[in-house]
Ligand binder design. Structure first.
Ligand SMILES: NC(=O)c1ccc[n+]([C@@H]2O[C@H](COP(=O)([O-])OP(=O)(O)OC[C@H]3O[C@@H](n4cnc5c(N)ncnc54)[C@H](OP(=O)(O)O)[C@@H]3O)[C@@H](O)[C@H]2O)c1
Length: 223
């Protein structure tokens, strides 16, 4: 069945690779971010997340008003943030929490009963979901929280399949030029693994996508 797929954070890196695959499979793909990659067939909507959560809610409502129905929500948006807790200012903490948790929570709350239901949900977290890191306290917290949001949503019988994927380092614009990404995963390959992981019958699946050597480890699948 061809679907309407909304990819939050679909303008770059892993999200864009997923968008291209789903478009090539014939699905209708909507992507959000701050910069339009101007790719044929990918329907771009601007969604700029910052520390202001009222502004975020307004933008989400506007986005949903513009799309008739969503069958699948893929939440990929995220960015790197480094600093011990007292080195991060209020704006930085709030923006990371809004990007990593507030936005997906509000989106699912509004989309759960949309005309495309049962809503299929795919969350992209990180190895930071399960690895504590001194210099990434808020990033690790939101990725961990996003994983638990997915696990809890999967218990809701009115929601479709839930896939939580935790990739290790990938070669994408996530990293600035000074970061050495040699040996990091190819985002096209990661996107292919996610598409494969999302297929078949299950209610909840949690998988890690690891490197050295590159491999997929399914941690849990529930029917
Ligand atoms: N790269 C890695 O090594 C790595 C490893 C593990 C997990 N991850 C996770 O994988 C996901 C995808 O990252 P990526 O590597 O593909 O990075 P990327 O190329 O930088 O893509 C990030 C996406 O998120 C969007 N985004 C980021 N901050 C946003 C904000 N404040 N408001 C709105 N949109 C925002 C970007 O949109 P615009 O650019 O259009 O603003 C872009 O579409 C992220 O959740 C990241 O945490 C990455």
């Amino acid at each position: 069945m061809l679907k309407n797929i909304l990819i939050i954070g679909g303008t770059s890196g892993l999200g864009l690779e997923l968008a291209k695959i789903y478009d090539a499979l014939g699905h209708t793909v909507f992507i959000t971010g701050r910069k339009d990659p101007n790719i044929h067939n990918l329907h771009f909507f601007k969604l700029s997340i910052d520390q202001n959560n009222q502004n975020l809610v307004t933008q989400i409502d506007e986005l949903i008003r513009n799309i008739d129905k969503i069958n699948t929500l893929i939440y990929v948006a995220g960015y790197y943030q480094e600093g011990k807790i007292d080195q991060l200012n209020d704006k930085e903490i709030l923006e990371m929490i809004n990007t990593g948790l507030t936005a997906p929570a509000i989106l699912i709350q509004r989309l759960k009963n949309n005309p495309g239901k049962p809503l299929k949900v795919m969350f992209v977290t990180s190895s930071s979901q399960y690895t504590p890191r001194e210099l990434e306290p808020i990033y690790t917290a939101v990725k961990s929280g996003l994983g638990m949001l997915g696990a809890s949503l999967s218990l809701d019988q009115s929601i479709g399949k839930v896939l939580v994927v935790a990739p290790s380092g990938m070669k994408t614009p996530f990293w600035n030029d000074s970061h050495n990404t040699s040996g990091y995963l190819n985002p096209t390959w990661v996107a292919e693994q996610i598409v494969e992981l999302s297929s078949g019958p299950f209610k909840y699946r949690y998988a890690k996508i690891l490197r050295d050597p590159e491999r997929v480890e399914i941690v849990e699948t529930k029917q």
